[in-house]
Structures are given as structure tokens and as C-alpha cells.
Design a protein around this ligand. Structure first.
Ligand code: FES
Length: 191
């Protein structure tokens, strides 16, 4: 009679069969290889897309840098006949930062920058003066300062007639009254 030790472990009466080894794609940590591939692919694409987007932004910044575009320094301001005698013409202030004034002798172009700290004054026709909204400086129609902290008159820009008969204003050349420059030829356009 065979000894129980010699009987192979089979059938219902034998020792329990050893458990199956863990599947090859299920590491001890619990995350299967299939899970790993399932998540790593979208994550990889997301990272790749983010890298592409950031390099696109960098390239765009390089090609189109943040540059402050200043208005042109010179411009044609129409024909003398378009201006009324004794009036401050405010048409050019927003686009070019200049007022053009016509008096009985001719024209001058005042630069719309307060000589205190550089704010942009407004022309108050009813009060016949330029008034700075920042600290209250006031300037006569001529540009001479008379109230508030502004230490000197407004500056004037070069003004002349272009070949086509229009008024040409050139802000790259400025004239200061306190230096006696308003009497220079191109500080005033005589007609
Ligand atoms: S900036 Fe015009 S009064 Fe100060």
C-alpha cells in the first residue's frame, strides 16, 4: 500500500494546489503594465502639446515683440483755409498730440504735453485756456503758463507749408519760449 507521502497532490483529497504565479503584467505594486501604457500615452501627448504651445508663444514673442508704437513725428494738417482765425484746432491732439492755433499773423503748433510732469492738458474753449487735469496748471492760448505748478510754457513744434500747400507739423523739432526759440522761423508759420 502506497504511503500518503508518495501520493501526488491531485484530486479532492490531496493538498491544495499551489496558487498560480502573478500575471506577468501585474507587478507587486498593483499597477499593471496595461494601466501604465493606458495613462502614459495621453500624458505624453499632453506634455508634448504643452511644449509645442510654449515654443509657439516664444516664437511669436520673438517675431512680434512688445513694442510701443509712437505716433508719427510729422504729419500734414490740411490747408490753411480750413482753420478759423482765433481758434484752437483740437483735431490733431488725440492722434498726434498737437494743437494748431491760427492768429491774425499766422499759425503755430503747440505740443500737448504739460511742462510740469507731462500730463496732457485739455483746451477749455469757454475759459479760453489749456488746463492740465493732473495738478491744475493753466496755459493761455499762446501756450504761456499762468497758473498751477507748470514751470514754463508749452513747447511749440516746427510748422511750415508743404509743397502741396498743406500745413506740415514736425514734432521732432521743438521750440521753447524761455530760450527765445519761439521767434525762430519755423516756430511760426506766417501767411
Ligand atoms: S502734470 Fe500738468 S500740472 Fe502737473
Amino acid at each position: 500500500m502506497a504511503d500518503a507521502k508518495d501520493t501526488p497532490a491531485s484530486g479532492s483529497g490531496g493538498a491544495p494546489a499551489p496558487s498560480a504565479p502573478p500575471a506577468a503584467d501585474t507587478p507587486a505594486g498593483g499597477t499593471s503594465r496595461r494601466d501604465f501604457f493606458k495613462w502614459s500615452l495621453p500624458l505624453g501627448w499632453t506634455a508634448f502639446s504643452a511644449a509645442c504651445a510654449s515654443s509657439l508663444v516664444a516664437t511669436t514673442r520673438f517675431l512680434f515683440p512688445n513694442v510701443l508704437f509712437e505716433p508719427p513725428q510729422s504729419f500734414k494738417a490740411g490747408f490753411p483755409s480750413e482753420y478759423n482765425l482765433g481758434e484752437v484746432d483740437t483735431r490733431w491732439k488725440d492722434a498726434f498730440g498737437v494743437w494748431i492755433v491760427r492768429n491774425p499773423e499766422g499759425f503755430y503748433a503747440l505740443i500737448a504735453v504739460c511742462t510740469h510732469l507731462g500730463c496732457s492738458p485739455n483746451w477749455l474753449a469757454a475759459e479760453n485756456k489749456f488746463k492740465c487735469p493732473c495738478h491744475g496748471s493753466g496755459f493761455y492760448q499762446s501756450g504761456i503758463n499762468f497758473e498751477g505748478p507748470a514751470p514754463r510754457p508749452l513747447e511749440r513744434a516746427r510748422i511750415l507749408l508743404a509743397d502741396d500747400g498743406q500745413i506740415l507739423v514736425d514734432k521732432s523739432v521743438k521750440f521753447q519760449q524761455e530760450k527765445g526759440e519761439w521767434s525762430k522761423a519755423e516756430a511760426f508759420l506766417k501767411l
